[in-house]
Design a protein. Structure first.
Length: 181
């Protein structure tokens, strides 16, 4: 019984404190429970970022312009990434490099682990690393896996957060870039 009375007293005190806070003029425009998130810094423009080949060569993202491109961000510790990589390989094999280019980027992953994953999943499309998340951030990545479609000018056309199977990837390419398999 004493515990119930103490709990009710604590709940009442919390309610009074929060009600007072909401009624103050400073918080009148902001609903209770709303947290505004502000990034620490803006992502760099995509023209100013680079990725690294597994040999350590820096490649500006701007170098992949000229052909629409599928950029798939992955990590060896991401189960949905591992699951979708064979599907991306299947669509890559169906399309080749003429209609659309593919680029897989290992995000903040150990080089050896990323290369092992690429080998295990049978991926043959170009892959590289994004060790500092620079490309991931510049292209609007939020979670892994993330797939970004770029037009021939290197501009973001569409972004998909989460796993895609081969049919979903084909539909994504058809809907957003007009590329059918």
């Amino acid at each position: 019984m004493l515990a119930t009375v103490l709990a009710l007293g604590a709940a009442t005190a919390t309610y009074v404190l929060l009600a007072d806070r909401v009624s103050s003029e400073d918080d009148a425009e902001s609903p209770v429970g709303t947290i505004e998130l502000t990034p620490e810094s803006e992502a760099p423009p995509s023209d100013d970022v680079s990725f690294l080949t597994f040999d350590g060569q820096e490649v500006p993202l701007a170098n992949i312009q000229g052909t629409p491109t599928v950029v798939n961000f992955f990590s060896s510790t991401c189960t949905p990434c591992i699951t979708e990589m064979p599907a991306f390989e299947e669509v890559y094999q169906d399309l080749g490099d003429e209609q659309v280019a593919f680029l897989g980027l290992a995000v903040a992953d150990r080089v050896e682990a990323a290369q092992d994953l690429i080998e295990q999943t049978g991926v043959t499309y170009p892959t590289a690393q994004d060790p500092e998340n620079a490309v991931f951030d510049a292209l609007g990545g939020a979670v892994l896996p993330t797939t970004v479609l770029l037009d021939a000018d290197g501009e973001v056309v569409a972004t998909h957060h989460g796993e895609l199977d081969a049919d979903e990837l084909r539909a994504f390419l058809a809907d957003e870039l007009g590329i059918a398999t």
